[in-house]
Write a protein that binds this ligand. Structure first.
Ligand code: PNS
Length: 162
C-alpha cells in the first residue's frame, strides 16, 4: 500500500495542482492533500477556505482515494501521521528544481524513510501558478482554464473584492 501526501499552500488550488493530483490518484493507493496552515506567506484564503475549495474539487472529480486536511508544522510529520511513505511534488519547469531538491534533502534528513516523488507538470499547465492566478484575477482577467471550473466563481469573488 503506497500512500502519498501532496502538500502546498494551494492559495488557491489551480489546474496545475489538479493535473498532478489526478495523475497521483491513479498511481498511489491514497493521497492526502496537505494544506499548509501556518506558512510565512500571507495568503488570500485562510486554510479552512483553501481546504473547502479543494474538497469541492475532490467531490466534483469523484476521487475515491483523495482527502484534504490542513496541517501545521513539518510536512514529514503529516506524512507520518497519515501513514504515508511518499511526498509528492509537482515541477513546472527546471526553475523549480533547486528549491525542491533542497526541500527533498531537508525532508530526507528529518525522515529518511519518507521519499519525495516529483511529477513534471503536463505542458498544458506548466505556465500556471497560484500567484499568477491571483494577479490575473485582480486585474480583471478570466480564470477559465486556470483554476478548476467548480471553484472559479468562489475564487473570483474573493480576489476581485480585494
Ligand atoms: O505550495 P508551496 O508554497 O510551494 O508549498 C511549500 C510547502 C508547504 C510544501 C513547504 O513549505 C512545507 O513543506 N512546509 C512545511 C514545513 C516543513 O516541513 N519544512 C521543512 C522542509 S523545507
Amino acid at each position: 500500500m503506497t500512500k502519498a501526501i501532496f502538500t502546498g499552500s494551494f492559495d488557491p488550488f489551480t489546474m496545475g495542482h489538479l493535473d498532478i493530483l489526478k495523475r497521483a490518484a491513479s498511481l498511489f493507493d491514497s493521497v492526502t492533500v496537505g494544506v499548509l496552515e501556518n506558512g510565512e506567506k500571507h495568503t488570500a484564503f485562510n486554510a479552512e477556505e483553501r481546504c473547502a475549495l479543494i474538497a469541492r474539487v475532490i467531490e466534483e472529480e469523484a476521487f475515491q482515494n483523495v482527502r484534504v486536511e490542513a496541517f501545521t508544522g513539518l510536512a514529514v510529520e503529516l506524512a507520518k501521521r497519515t501513514g504515508s511513505d511518499c511526498m509528492l511534488r509537482g515541477l513546472r519547469d527546471a526553475g523549480d528544481l533547486p528549491y525542491e531538491q533542497r526541500m527533498e534533502r531537508l525532508n530526507l534528513h528529518l525522515a529518511p524513510d519518507i521519499q519525495t516523488v516529483y511529477m513534471a507538470a503536463s505542458p498544458a499547465y506548466a505556465h500556471i501558478s497560484s500567484s499568477a492566478v491571483k494577479e490575473i484575477c485582480a486585474l480583471g482577467g478570466k480564470l477559465e482554464g486556470l483554476v478548476p471550473a467548480p471553484i472559479q466563481i468562489s475564487i473570483a469573488e474573493r480576489l476581485i473584492k480585494r
